[in-house]
Structure formats: C-alpha cells, structure tokens
Design a binder for this molecule. Sequence first.
Ligand code: PLP
Length: 464
Amino acid sequence: MVQAGRPRANTTEEIARRHLLQPWPVAGSIGAEARGLIGEGDGIYVVDGEGRRLIDGPAGMWCTNVGHRNQELAGVMYEQAMALSYNTPWYTMNEPSAALAARIAAHAPGDLDHVFFTTGGSSAVETALRFMQFYNNVRGRPDKKMVVSRGGAYHGSTYLSASLNGRPRDRDWMDGADGLVVKLSCPDPFRRPAGMSVEAFRDLLVQEFRDTVERIGPDRIGAFVGEPVMASGGVIVPPEGYLPAIRDICRENDILFIADEVVTAFGRLGHVFASKDVFGIEPDMITFAKGVTSGYFPLGGVVISGALVEEMRRSNHADAMFAHGLTYSSHPVGCAVALKNLDLLENGILEHAGAIAPYFQQRLKTLEELPLVGEVRGLGLMACVECVADRESRNPLALDNEVGKRIDAHCHELGLLVRPLIHMCVMSPPLIITRDQIDDMVAILHEGISRTMDDLRAEGLWQG
Ligand SMILES: Cc1ncc(COP(=O)(O)O)c(C=O)c1O
C-alpha cells in the first residue's frame, strides 16, 4: 500500500530502496539501498539494468557452474514441478532425493555415504555441527562440543555457522556462540611471517593446532571445520601438506574433520569433491551447496561417514532423536535439478574445468606485472587478485579500503562483473568459460586495475 503523501515508487531501484533488505548492509544505508540490477543471463554472461553484457566473473556467488540459461536444467525444473512440486520429508520421501543421495555418495571419498539435504550452505554447516553435538551426546561425551575454526574462514550466516567466521569485520557488530568456538591462524602463505619458508609456516600452523588441542583438551573438542581452499577469505590455498596434517591430528584425538566444500565441490576444482581428489584427505563429513544445482535452486547438504551413522545405530540410546530437519530438506525440485546438473558435470564440464584451469591461473598471474597487485593466487577455477599499498611490506592498510569496489566499478564499465572483497578481487567464472573468454576477462581486469591505479594516484591515496 502506498503511504499518503509519499510518491509511488516506479522503478525497480526505487522499490528496492523502499522495501528490499539485501545481505551485508551497513547501518547508514540499511533499507535504502539499490544494488546493480541484473536482468538476465546466458552462458558466462549476464546483462545489467542498462542492457550492458558482462562476463559473470564470480559465477553469481561461486554457484552458476554450468552457466546461465541452461535449457536442460530449466526443463528438468519444470518437469519435476509438474510431476511433484513438494512433499514433506518428515514422513514421506521422493525419488529424486534418494537417487541424488546415492549419486553423491558414489562421488564422496572414503565411507561418506549418507546425505542430509538442506537449503544452502549455512544450513549445511549448521546441520554438520548439530550432528556432531548429537553424536557426542549419544556417545555419552556431552562436553566434547567445541569447534575449531580459522581466521579468514567463512561458513555462513546462521548463528552457529556464523560463529565460525573469521574474516575481518564480519563479527565487529554481530554476536556469536563464542564459548563454543576456538580459532586458529589463517593458513595464508602470502601473509606468513617475513623471512619464513612456506614449509616452516605450515609446521607452525600444524603445531598451533596441536597446542590448541592440548590446551583445551581433546575431550572438549568435537570438530575442526575448514574450507579446503578458503573462498570468501580471499581464495587462500593452504601450504602443501597442511590439510593432511590437520586431518591426522583430528583422527589421533577423536575430533571430527568437517570439510566445508560449499564452494570447492561440484567442479570448481575440477572434481565433484576436492577433499580427496585434490588434497588427499578423507573427512568425516563434507558440506556442499551452491554448485550442486549450479545455483538454479537453493539446495545444500552434508555427506556423513557411514561409520558415524552406524555408531549411532549401535548405541545404547535407540530413542535418542536427532531433532533436526528443514521443511525443504530433500526438496524434489532441487534434487531433480541437482541430478541433471551432475549429468552435465560428468559429461564434459568437469573435464573442461580441469583442463582449462591452468590457462585461467596462468593468464590471471600476468596481472602481477601491475604495481598495485601484490599477488594473484588460486586453484582450479577460483582465483584472487590481492592489491597492496607496497609490495615490499605487502601492506594493504594504507590503501583505500574500497579498492576492490573501485576495480569492480571500472570493470563493470568495460564488461566484467568482479567480486570485490575489501582490497581483493575474486574471480570464479562459470566452469564452461573458454580460452578466448578468459583472455577477455583478463584484459578487462588489467584495464580496470590500471584505471584504479590512475585514480588512486590522482587522489593522492597511493604512490606506486
Ligand atoms: C565455504 C562456505 N560455506 C558456507 C557458506 C554459506 O552458504 P549459504 O550462503 O548458501 O548459506 C558459504 C557462502 O558463501 C561459503 O562460501
């Protein structure tokens, strides 16, 4: 209803400014913001509100893995909605969810063969953590509940998952379940202590975990949760051997290792799951979301080790209830889309992603010739361009905090969407990107960063 004396909102921007709350707003503009409008998408491109065609650099939010406007995914959504649009998972089940669980189990490492479906990544992490709590309660270890996370991590926006987040600024004004979480250092080789080798840095991080387990006590720690490659923290690829060493410590101390593969699963690193195929580890649980439906439907889940499930079945508490479920757990439309998405990945897209990744990384690496760029790093089809004020000290602090946004604004003019993260730009395009399109993307980024350097110099914010 239009309020008296208030002119009618006509454009999408006006309506949004009046009624739409979007993620991560700041108090000063909350509820009064209109973000860039995206009208439609096709392949690796989207079209903005002014009709400008842009390369979708972040693939939405690490999710549009098979690209936009995929006829087969759209078709299967329609067909499943017409066949069965919903059933309650409380006391019924549907065929697509059982079939998808089996397909996912076949791709998951080790004995991870049971899948609990959720509505996205946060609910997947929340489910894994609540399962860990339930598991330890049933085993008669109610004190074994603390969760180890890391600086730079991002695990979601529900209370428990958000309590694990370790990125700067995410927790400044937000509460969390602090008594339940302990944080380790971010395994970022670029930010290792000056003069230290990457191997020595890895050993330091591993020792920090050992010391933490000793200090808190293994009987109080239920799980370690980690993204194999920290995504929203700036595509942080840990030192070689780090993840297997953490995995070993977990095993030695009866601590569950939860790999948060919300970003890295479903093709981003060339495999359905990266834990084993890329990093050689077998977690106790893996969380996934995003790429499981290429973003066409909100779906996520946790793959859980059969041994854990079996242990629950054989416990002395047959009546103990895992009182956890979501109205949209095992949604038939989401699961049908995910099955078709897996077909597409298995029939060429995974192979393509693996084959083109070295070219993607190598071309992006050329941006290091620009003096504002401190490092370009990444793995598979995920990468980050980190800007620094000074290459020697690697100091980003003196830089304008909005440097990522400035690069994004220039790139937008030139035909590329970038995901700006403070002084970093993250690139994770749809997996179907071609060599020519990678060349276009890198050329635009080069020009966008060059223009940003000119602006920063002109405004006296940077002397590089
Ligand atoms: C590693 C990781 N875990 C969990 C999440 C939360 O997922 P969602 O936003 O679908 O709840 C994200 C989101 O970006 C993520 O990157």
